[in-house]
Design a protein around this ligand. Structure first.
Ligand SMILES: *[C@@H]1O[C@H](CO)[C@@H](O)[C@H](O)[C@H]1NC(C)=O
Ligand SMILES: *[C@@H]1O[C@H](CO)[C@@H](O)[C@H](O)[C@H]1NC(C)=O
Length: 352
């Protein structure tokens, strides 16, 4: 009699604590948005973008960015993804605008880079996959979180609870998160935080609103997420961004509006902060992100240069130097003034 074939259990997920945290230098600051406004140069508002150099006004989902790009501004040299947010401006009493500079996160998070963003890929919770397989995003995948159309705290907290601000006393201040831009001067600037949803419908690389192919079970901060629903059953990495805005040159309250309101405004024209949003365009080369999420490395243990313990699952990703990251740039295709004192926010002339 023929014996029954018992399915191999080699793919049964094991408990891992794979979590990536790394810095990416600024790639470009321009009015481009290949996810929400493909083909538009300029797009509606200014973005700051980090990651691989396959980025331009039109990146079709059929393109495997991980194969197309030749350099990246990120620590992990196989990560050619693009990560972007709107840009913060200061509005002076005379009505002119100045772009707020970005600065690097704490040195241990950024390995010597000058500005840009800190990127996280965590699992079900900050340090555990909860014994579920965490699937890499597929080539062509993209998503957004938040929306320029959100105008209230309820819009954000009910739909995207992972969008927050921290008023920084020092570069290391964490917690004390608000849904609105801080109302008082922040001694070390403002950290903008964007947590993406992590449950995928398992089918679509994108959706018309760039969000409904994903489902958020995160609760804000780095709290453990709830289980994925049947409509979106596939757990993907929990992606999050931290962006440090150096508001310190504008902290003198005599420069602030006479009515006592805060002076910072997103490049969308939003003075409250509820329109905060972020875009993600997957571009890890080959199976590099899957390898990392299957490994058992936490933060810098994942890099090939990790000098600590030899436990299994460490040193799974190639890294590059701060100089190599900074050398990766793309051409300016939207020629307009975005710095200096501007009479209007680029693309937003009608708002003031
Ligand atoms: C823009 O980038 C995409 C993806 O890298 C590429 O397929 C396309 O040819 C580029 N377009 C231009 C005009 O460079
Ligand atoms: C507007 O105010 C800013 C900040 O105080 C100042 O630097 C700039 O020169 C002013 N511009 C004009 C046209 O007065």
């Amino acid at each position: 009699m023929k014996s029954l074939t018992i399915p191999l259990l080699t793919s049964l997920p094991v408990l891992t604590n794979a979590a990536l945290r790394f810095g990416c230098e600024t790639l470009t600051v321009q009015r481009l948005d290949p996810v929400v406004e493909p083909g538009n140069a300029p797009s509606a508002h200014v973005h700051q973008i980090v990651g691989g150099n396959a980025f331009n006004a039109t990146v079709d989902p059929s393109v495997d960015v991980g194969e197309r790009a030749t350099c990246t501004t990120c620590l992990y040299s196989e990560d050619f993804s693009n990560y972007w947010t709107a840009v913060l401006y200061f509005r002076a009493r005379n009505g002119t605008f100045k772009r707020v500079k970005q600065y690097a996160n704490a040195p241990s998070l950024h390995d010597g880079q000058k500005a840009g963003m800190t990127i996280y890929y965590t699992q079900e919770s900050f340090g555990s996959n909860g014994k579920q397989k965490i699937m890499s995003f597929p080539p062509g995948f993209r998503m957004t979180v938040g929306s320029p159309t959100y105008t209230s705290q309820n819009d954000v907290s009910s739909r995207s609870p992972g969008l927050r601000y921290t008023c920084l006393d020092t570069v290391l201040t964490r917690g004390r998160e608000t849904y609105h831009l801080p109302n008082e001067p922040c001694p070390a600037g403002i950290m903008a935080i964007h947590h993406f949803p992590a449950c995928w419908d398992g089918k679509n690389l994108d959706s018309p609103d760039h969000q409904s192919h994903m489902y958020n079970t995160g609760k804000g901060g780095f709290q453990p997420a709830g289980p994925c629903p049947a409509s979106h059953p596939v757990r993907m990495p929990q992606v999050a961004y931290e962006t440090m805005w150096d508001t310190t040159e504008f902290n003198d309250k005599s420069l602030w509006p006479e009515d006592g309101s805060q002076p910072f405004v997103w490049s969308t024209g939003d003075t409250k902060g509820y329109s905060t949003h972020a875009d993600y365009l997957f571009g890890w080369k080959g199976d590099s992100l899957q390898r990392a999420m299957d490994a058992d490395c936490f933060f810098r243990e994942c890099g090939e240069d990790w000098k600590g313990s030899d436990k299994p699952g460490v040193r799974v990703l190639k890294i590059q130097s701060a100089e190599e990251k900074s050398a990766c740039q793309i051409p300016i295709t939207v020629n307009e003034e975005i710095d200096g004192w501007l009479d209007a926010l680029p693309g937003q002339k009608e708002l003031w």
